[in-house]
Design a protein around this ligand. Structure first.
Ligand SMILES: [Zn+2]
Length: 383
């Protein structure tokens, strides 16, 4: 696929679907792991130019966000998604492939399906004279790591009242988004003979603490619906050695992450977790727990935008479904900056970051229509 095959025009439904397939293939073949998004940003910029849309870049360190907006005024509605993906070697993703309706490859649903749908929706929206000065488009870098692209975008002076963030929600609308709590556990003991009389070692202490935290999270999560219950993943576990000597490995460290429900406070949860594992420290081993990073999560206040999207979903035949976003997205950054935000996009989080990542071309095409109709409902007073 090359840029020269893209079509500037194409009014029929079939023509738009064919354009979706071309664009998704183009983007899947252009890899964009976090930190190395620049080539893909330029490819998107050139594809937008073919559609008559002028975009510009905003520097984020050595990389760049991509933005298209009305000249000289603030947009009312921003369509935004992220360019970056995980590096290929971490997901085991195979080469990109289009097979029938299925587009497979790294970043297919997270979030290149959303990017394609937003590019084509924006192209349609700016061709409507009463809307051309009301919508903006932004594709940012760094969402999968630090969210630096989204933060940089808020510094450019774009202050939209509303935003749709394209992420794989299977076209359901999340009422809220989980925050997170990242903690480091360190256990330090003393080297001793492995079979001397003694209490738990540093490594026992970490393993036991992780099990206790998991158990604690499970207990307090029981009051929530299953899909909203927090989950802990162990990011790293360090300690021990393979030498054959029988002595207690006296140092161990773990980094764990919990997706915290937006009704909970991460610092308070951290205190409760500390209390639940405190007794693990004993004369032999000292255990320390330290909060590395956290985000409180979001309950979306999207109001009229949600009404507009709900109506668009119902009219499209997809139907309205509410969901819960179990992972952090750039929507948090926009909400904290006063933009009423909604997360909505094709594809499922269940296949994101996996070798099976894919998105349906038909679902991306349907998302184009939903984004366009949502914008019309919101901005032309139809909602
Ligand atoms: Zn994503």
């Amino acid at each position: 696929m090359s840029l020269s095959k893209l079509e500037k025009t194409g009014g029929s439904a079939g023509a738009r679907k064919a354009e979706v397939a071309k664009l998704i293939e183009l983007l899947l073949r252009c890899e964009s792991p976090s930190g190395h998004e620049h080539a893909t940003a330029l490819t998107i910029l050139k594809a937008l130019q073919v559609y008559g849309v002028q975009a510009f870049t905003q520097r984020v360190g050595s990389r760049a966000n991509l933005i298209a907006k009305p000249a000289g005024q603030d947009p009312v509605l921003l369509l935004m998604s992220h360019i970056d993906t995980l590096p290929r070697h971490l997901t085991g993703a195979s080469e990109p492939e289009i097979s029938g309706d299925k587009a497979m490859g790294l970043g297919a649903c997270d979030a290149k399906g959303s990017i394609v749908a937003m590019m084509l929706a924006y192209k349609e929206l700016v061709s409507i004279p009463s809307l051309e000065n009301k919508v903006a488009l932004a594709f940012v870098v760094g969402e999968e790591v630090s969210g630096d692209g989204g933060m940089q975008l808020t510094k450019i002076g774009i202050a939209p009242a509303y935003a749709i963030v394209g992420e794989p929600t299977s076209m359901a609308i999340p009422w809220g988004q989980a925050g997170y709590l990242q903690m480091r556990l360190r256990a330090l003991g003393r080297p001793r003979h492995a079979f001397a009389t003694h209490g738990p070692s540093a490594m026992d202490c970490i393993v036991d603490s992780i099990l206790r935290i998991q158990n604690f999270i499970d207990q307090i999560g029981r009051v929530l619906p299953i899909e909203e219950r927090p989950y802990m993943f162990i990011q790293s576990l360090k300690g021990g050695s393979r030498d054959r000597f029988w002595y207690l490995r006296h140092e161990c460290e773990a980094l764990v992450n919990i997706n915290v429900h937006p009704n909970w406070s991460p610092p308070r949860l951290a205190d409760e977790i500390k209390a639940s594992v405190e007794h693990e420290s004993n004369g032999e081993v000292s255990l320390t727990l330290e909060v590395v990073d956290w985000d409180e999560g979001v309950t979306f206040t999207s109001g009229p935008l949600k009404v507009a999207a709900r109506r668009a979903l119902e009219q499209s035949g997809l139907g309205y479904r509410e969901t819960y976003m179990r992972s952090w997205t750039d929507a948090a950054t926009l909400e904290y900056n006063g933009t009423k935000t909604l997360v909505l996009g094709p594809g499922s989080l269940d296949v994101a970051h996996s070798p099976d990542e894919c998105v349906s071309i038909e679902a991306v095409d349907a998302a184009v229509g939903v984004y366009v109709e949502t914008a019309k409902n919101l901005l032309l007073g139809g909602a």
